[in-house]
Every structure is written in structure tokens, then in C-alpha cells.
Design a protein around this ligand. Structure first.
Ligand code: GLV
Ligand code: MN
Ligand code: MN
Length: 406
């Protein structure tokens, strides 16, 4: 019986989607890197004898249902896509640990009373089509499928085009009632994004909640012109407006009540035409805003958008705003988390500012999360990391939890 070592499995995945330009890893829905990750998932799950399926929303599932395992499955897993130039663990750690845990339970002769199902959720980061947790949100029926089909990536290819080219039927996406109803609970292991476990001196913790969060796209249109020949008082420069939006995001989050844990970020922008000697004609920028409660996020975003409108008016530019996604605050299932804590013998509980498929599923079934210590707290960056010892401790913890819950 093969027992998967999570550290060795992550080393196997390291060449897939390594980004020579940004550093780190870039793996986005159904691109070459993501296909490489998906192929690894199928190969590895099948090597354990698991039954592998891909659903209509491009999520992958691998099920262990030996004789005696009946009823709804306990699902575990995470995602294999990444942010642009991301770290090695955000996503893959949860999938690798899930397969490692199943292999361990098989090897020790565990006889689960219910099936165990390992998930690889599609496009969790939303890096290609702008909507995070795309696979789990579609599965759960949280998205307008017509809108999803029309989402376009940076090259203009639509989600429907990309799915069709990969052999899916974009007409079949959306809520998958039987699959959802076949899951009793979902437990996701993830690298900690933040640095709460390190000072506590413990390799694993359990999640309590996720901040409410969303993404807004601002398109600022001015007038393209010559950088040398255009007088300063006749410019309509959307870059000036974009700069003010970046500062407004930081300043409004800093000014908010600290109890709201508000944060706002502009991490991506597109400049047209993007010449060093040309005043831009249009700048598109993406605002990520998060806070404890939904109303706190709404208040924060309203204030930033008011600043954006004022800055645009002062510069003679137009600004259009589109909400690309909104994820409501999540409180993870207390009974499931207590049961996991009992199995683990008592570990710290921590909140997070990062979104997860477990958060989406928590509105539909009991969901909980295990975090693995991240010594520097860095994530969404090539500098994300965990020690080999902690990676193995995380897989041990997940094995313990799956054993106890099945
Ligand atoms: C996903 O990691 C997010 O929080 O954006
Ligand atoms: Mn992430
Ligand atoms: Mn993640």
C-alpha cells in the first residue's frame, strides 16, 4: 500500500506552473499549469484506487468508499490553482494532505463508516475570470450561470469558450444538488495566511471565521495624449485618478473602527495604452475590500467609491464601477469544529481574512478548517512557506480528524 508523504508530493508538483517572470507559481483555470495539476490529482488518486470524477463545474472528486462505508461522504481537500505568482502551499497543501491522509488510513486498515471524498475545487483564486471560489460557488448555486459563461479572461476568452475547448458543456454548469446532498460535511486543511499560530508555538489550529470580502472593478476613462506636448492644465489623466483610489483604499481602511478589521487593497491594474511617453486613455483597477461584517465592507467600499468619483470629477475623467464578487462573513460550524478539536486534543482557534471554498460550502453544509503554521505569515507570494515538519504535522492532524469523523 502506497503511503503519500505530503512533502514529497509537493516537491513533485513544484515544476508545474513555476512562473519564470513573476516568480512563484501561476496556475489558472484550465491553462497548461492547471491541467498539469489536475492530471497529477487523477494519477495520484487513481494510484490509491480512488474513484475519480470531474463535475460539470470543473471540480475534481476522488472517492474512497470501501465495503461498509455508506451514506453521505465526509469531504476534504482544497484547490490546485493559484494567484498570479503565488506560493506553493495556498491550495495544494490541502489537496496533498487530503490524499496523504486517505493513503495513511488505507494503510493502517481503517474501515470508514462513510465514504471519504477528496476535492480539488476549480478556480478558487478567481485569478483567470475574476470570481473567487468559482467551482464551489457554482456547485452551491451561488452564481448566475449566464453571467459566469460570459466572464472573460485577460485575453478576451470567455469562461464558456475555455470550458468548451476543454471538453465541458458550459450549459451544464450550476448548482449540483445530488453532489451537494451527497456530502455530510467538509473539512479543508490550508496553510495559515497570517501569523497567529507561530507565537502560540503550535503547528496546527482550527478556523473560527472568515472576514466578509469582495472585489470591485473600477474603469477610469480619460483622454490619451502626448506626455511631452500636453499642457498640465488640459490633461484628463486616469492614472492620477487611479493613484488617488489606491491611497483612498489605504486611508479609508486605516480610518475605519479597528473593531471592523477593515482592509482594502488595489493589487491589479490595466493601463491603456501603457506607453511610457503617453498619457493613458483608460485605467482599470481592481479593489479588494474586507472587514468583519458585510455592512462594514459596504461602508468601506462606499467611502472609497465616493473618493474615486470625486477624484475622477476633479480630473475630468469618468469612472464606472462593477462588483465582481461579494462573499458574506463566515462562521464555521461549531459542532464540527468541536468534534475536530476533541480528536486533536485541543488546539488554538483563529479567525482568518482569507476566503476559502470551505466558507462557500458552510452556507450549505457543516464546514470547518485546519490551518498549518506559516512562520512568516506570508501568503499569495512566492515567499509563502511552512516547515517540512509542520506540513507533516498538518497531514497527521487531518488523518486524525478523518479517522475520528468516519
Ligand atoms: C483567497 O485566498 C482570498 O482570500 O482572496
Ligand atoms: Mn489564496
Ligand atoms: Mn486557498
Amino acid at each position: 500500500m502506497t503511503v503519500i508523504d505530503p512533502v514529497a508530493a509537493l516537491a513533485e508538483l513544484a515544476p508545474v506552473g513555476a512562473d519564470p517572470v513573476r516568480g512563484g507559481w501561476s496556475r489558472h483555470l484550465l491553462d497548461d499549469a492547471d491541467r498539469g495539476m489536475r492530471a497529477w490529482f487523477v494519477r495520484t488518486a487513481e494510484s490509491l484506487g480512488l474513484a475519480v470524477e470531474t463535475d460539470a463545474n470543473a471540480n475534481q472528486w476522488a472517492t474512497w468508499a470501501p465495503a461498509g462505508a455508506t451514506g453521505k461522504a465526509l469531504a476534504t481537500g482544497s484547490h490546485l490553482d493559484s494567484v498570479p505568482g503565488g506560493g506553493p502551499l495556498d491550495g495544494p497543501l490541502g489537496v496533498v494532505s487530503a490524499l496523504a491522509a486517505v493513503s495513511r488510513l488505507m494503510a493502517e486498515g481503517h474501515a470508514p463508516a462513510r465514504p471519504i471524498r477528496v476535492a480539488n475545487f476549480a478556480e478558487e483564486e478567481g485569478a483567470r475570470f475574476g470570481v473567487p471560489c468559482l467551482g464551489s460557488q457554482l456547485l452551491a448555486g451561488e452564481l448566475d450561470t449566464g453571467r459566469v459563461r460570459d466572464l472573460a479572461d485577460a485575453s478576451g476568452a470567455t469562461y464558456a469558450d475555455v470550458m468548451t475547448a476543454a471538453g465541458y458543456d458550459p450549459g451544464a454548469i450550476g448548482r449540483d444538488e445530488p453532489r451537494l446532498r451527497g456530502i455530510a460535511a467538509y473539512v479543508e486543511l490550508h496553510i495559515e495566511q497570517g501569523r497567529q499560530l507561530e507565537p502560540l508555538g503550535t503547528p496546527v489550529g482550527l478556523a473560527t471565521s472568515i472576514l466578509a470580502h469582495g472585489r470591485w472593478r473600477l474603469t477610469v476613462t480619460g483622454r490619451g495624449d502626448h506626455a511631452g506636448a500636453t499642457e498640465l492644465d488640459s490633461r484628463r489623466d486616469p492614472m492620477v485618478v487611479a493613484a488617488e483610489v489606491v491611497l483612498a483604499a489605504r486611508d479609508r481602511a486605516v480610518a475605519a473602527d479597528p473593531a471592523t478589521r477593515s482592509r482594502a487593497t488595489v493589487g491589479k491594474q490595466r493601463i491603456v495604452p501603457g506607453g511610457s511617453n503617453a498619457i493613458a486613455s483608460q485605467v482599470t483597477l481592481w479593489l479588494d475590500a474586507r472587514a468583519e461584517h458585510d455592512v462594514d465592507v459596504r461602508a468601506l467600499v462606499d467611502a472609497i467609491l465616493t473618493d474615486a468619483a470625486n477624484a475622477a470629477a476633479a480630473e475630468g475623467c469618468d469612472v464606472e464601477v462593477a462588483e465582481e464578487s461579494f462573499s458574506t462573513r463566515v462562521a464555521f460550524d461549531a459542532a464540527l469544529t468541536d468534534a475536530m478539536d476533541d480528536a486533536l486534543g485541543g488546539v488554538p482557534r483563529i479567525p482568518t481574512g482569507a476566503g476559502h471554498d470551505a466558507g462557500i460550502l458552510s452556507a450549505h453544509l457543516p464546514a470547518a478548517m485546519i490551518f498549518v503554521r506559516n512562520p512568516d505569515g506570508v501568503s499569495h507570494s512566492p515567499h509563502e512557506g511552512a516547515s517540512d515538519e509542520d506540513i507533516r504535522a498538518g497531514a497527521d492532524a487531518l488523518t486524525t480528524v478523518l479517522r475520528a469523523l468516519t
